[in-house]
Design a protein around this ligand. Structure first.
Ligand SMILES: N[C@@H](CCC(=O)N[C@@H](CS)C(=O)NCC(=O)O)C(=O)O
Length: 203
């Protein structure tokens, strides 16, 4: 049995839950992190005091992208873990670039979602929104060349950024000049795992 530890409104937890559903895995999830805190038995599994953590048999794994790679390789077959290193690298690159995007989008997310309007630094929010829009334009260009960030088929390259594009849209990010990104976001919304685990209230 697979166990996933982490609060559902964390981007990094959403990624893991969504992939687990894409792969049709049976799993149980426990709330931890944020308002739920970190019980000692969790810290012994993940001393970073961060979420997510995955347990599969004797394997205890933290770092969300390492978890995605493990699940894809162990359970995803060729569709999620192409045998060709060159083909696999296409999605792998976007999966790690997600952290670049997340960093740019962070101030806007925190300001709009986690702070009251009085506490919000509007200039920092605007700066973060335009920095992230500039990065999203790179993804838009790539999506003009292939249907998915992983190549011709949906894959793990779409999971990381997919978790963040919903946030970009929800906090007022402007996709009007990014038709390929908008189309990709609409295609993601057709996927039941995305609707269930990513398109939830941000708070
Ligand atoms: N590089 C780590 C980052 C993990 C991380 O920063 N998780 C955030 C949630 S997205 C967290 O645990 N924040 C503290 C908390 O929720 O208590 C990973 O990808 O797993």
């Amino acid at each position: 049995m697979i166990t996933i530890w982490g609060r559902t409104n964390s981007h990094n937890v959403k990624k893991v839950l969504w992939l687990a559903e894409e792969l049709g895995l049976d799993f149980v999830r426990h709330d931890v992190g944020g308002a739920f805190g970190y019980p000692d038995d969790y810290i012994s599994k993940n001393p970073n005091r961060l979420v997510p953590t995955l347990e599969d048999g004797d394997l205890v794994l933290w770092e969300s992208n390492a978890i995605l790679r493990y699940l894809a390789a162990q359970y995803g077959g060729e569709a999620f873990w192409p045998l060709s290193p060159a083909q696999r690298a296409v999605g792998d690159k976007w999966m790690d670039w997600q952290f670049t995007l997340a960093e740019a989008q962070r101030e806007a997310f925190l300001g709009i979602v986690r702070m009251t309007p009085e506490a919000r630094d509007s200039a920092a929010v605007e700066k973060s929104l335009s920095a992230s829009a500039r990065l999203w334009r790179m993804a838009d260009e790539a999506l003009g060349r292939s249907l998915w960030l992983s190549g011709d088929g949906f894959g793990i390259g779409d999971i990381g950024l997919g978790a963040y594009v919903h946030t970009f849209f929800s906090i007022g990010g402007d996709m009007s000049n990014m038709p390929h990104l908008k189309g990709w976001y609409e295609r993601l919304q057709q996927r039941p795992g995305y609707a269930r685990h990513v398109m939830i209230p941000l708070t």
